[in-house]
Ligand binder design. Structure first.
Ligand code: NAD
Ligand code: MG
Length: 388
């Protein structure tokens, strides 16, 4: 039996992970399950999987969580410190699936235990960058990418010398607005943005996919996971989401990983690595799919990838500022406070007015993130319904 904790158990990645565990219950002992405010679902999962502890990040929800777990013998805890404590419990693998920089401190706590981390929470790595990768090295932890593109790249790099990589290409579906004109994008609504054509995901990453900030964050994520040099990292739009990413070697060979667009595939690869386990998905039917197409990204309609590349080039604290500004802008867009095209414009505005020095430790990253959020909120509040 292997011990597992899932940070963000009630989300889309959490549900996909638990679905795989449900199919092989004898292989796993669930230690910690965490969530934000959805304590009814959290308690239900904790009971089903016999978790040792269930944690709500929102201390105000602890009372309800305790009631929902009454008589189960499962520990209940609440608040940010409890989240970090639960993430510090010894396990074989932690799935880091909280959305946003809120997942940074617990993910770092798991890294400090020196185990294996299946990283879905890309915002944490984007924000912390070298602070996280150096902690991974210092504590002898293993970071396995859950993000489908990075999981694909990880698989394509296996057994090869990274020094022989000519380029790494991240594929992007292009999101629901792939073929929309700039004029149409100005009027895009939250309901339209969260309706992704290929993937079923949480609201924040769905909006990121629509703006292409998801691919921008993934570019920075790849830069830290696969340090081959930013100039070797490319992005290509691939509407079918069948090729999850590719690695080209100096001899002209390109290796790609293909699979159904279901996160249980990369999660299964992380749970079993370096072995393979069964997933309940239908085999890939390329004849039925018929065609795979590719096109260059359009940074005029979708400036996010340009902003992310610039932030990665600047390094230090700048990716954390980009991420924080984007998180605030996405929340404002979902709340109907700003228009769709204002998201990238807003991130660019925040980047142009806040360039703190490089963080040296987790506390520095958290401080940069907090300050960037404050500035991002102030900018939005000073021009609430500003047109694009
Ligand atoms: P989601 O919104 O469905 O779930 C997020 C989880 O985090 C929930 O359990 C929620 O309770 C918890 N959470 C939210 N705010 C929190 C806070 N402030 N403190 C503590 N916990 C909090 O999100 P998701 O789609 O599962 O995505 C999770 C992460 O995985 C994101 O970083 C996303 O970019 C990444 N990811 C998701 C997918 C996907 O297909 N969904 C694919 C690749 C990467
Ligand atoms: Mg991805």
């Amino acid at each position: 039996m292997r011990k597992i904790s899932i940070l963000g158990a009630t989300g889309s990645i959490g549900a996909s992970t638990l679905d795989l565990i449900r199919r092989a219950p004898l292989d796993w002992k669930v230690v910690a399950l965490t969530a934000n405010g959805n304590v009814t679902e959290l308690a239900k999962l904790a009971r089903e999987f016999g978790a040792e502890i269930a944690v709500t990040a929102d201390a105000a929800c602890l009372h309800d969580l305790r009631e929902a777990l009454a008589g189960s013998g499962i520990e209940a805890a609440g608040g940010p410190a409890a989240l970090v404590e639960a993430a510090s419990r010894q396990v074989d693998i932690t799935i880091a699936a909280i959305v946003g920089c809120a997942g940074l401190a617990p993910t770092m706590a798991a890294i400090e235990q020196g185990g294996t981390i299946g990283l879905a929470n890309k915002e944490a790595l984007v924000s912390a960058g070298d602070v996280m990768t150096s902690a991974v090295a210092r504590h002898g932890a293993t970071l396995l990418p859950v993000d489908s593109e990075h999981n694909a790249i990880f698989q394509c790099l296996a057994g090869n010398d990274p020094a022989h990589v000519r380029s790494i290409t991240l594929t992007a579906s292009g999101g629901p607005f792939r073929d929309w004109s700039l004029e149409q994008l100005v009027g895009a609504t939250p309901a339209q943005a969260v309706r992704h054509p290929n993937w079923d995901m949480g609201a924040k990453i769905s909006v990121d996919s629509a703006t292409m900030f998801n691919k921008g964050l993934e570019l920075i994520e790849a830069h830290h996971l696969f340090p081959v040099g930013l100039d070797k990292l490319r992005i290509i739009v691939h509407p079918q989401s069948v090729v999850h990413s590719m690695v080209e070697y100096r001899d002209g060979s390109t290796l790609a990983q293909l699979g159904p667009s279901d996160m249980r595939v990369p999660i299964a690869s992380v749970l079993a690595w370096p072995q393979r386990i069964e997933t309940p998905l239908a085999p890939l039917d390329l004849a039925a799919i018929g065609e795979l197409s590719f096109r260059a990204p359009d940074e005029t309609r979708f400036p996010a990838t340009r902003l992310a590349r610039q932030a990665a080039e600047a390094g230090g604290a700048i990716p954390a500022v980009l991420n924080a500004a984007n998180e605030i802008a996405v929340a404002a867009f979902l709340a109907g406070q700003i228009g769709f095209t204002r998201i990238a414009a807003h991130v660019e505005d925040v980047l142009s007015c806040y360039a703190p020095p490089a963080p040296a430790c987790l506390a520095d990253v958290i401080a940069v993130d907090a300050e960037a959020r404050d500035r991002a909120r102030d900018l939005i509040n000073s021009a609430p319904m500003e047109p694009a």
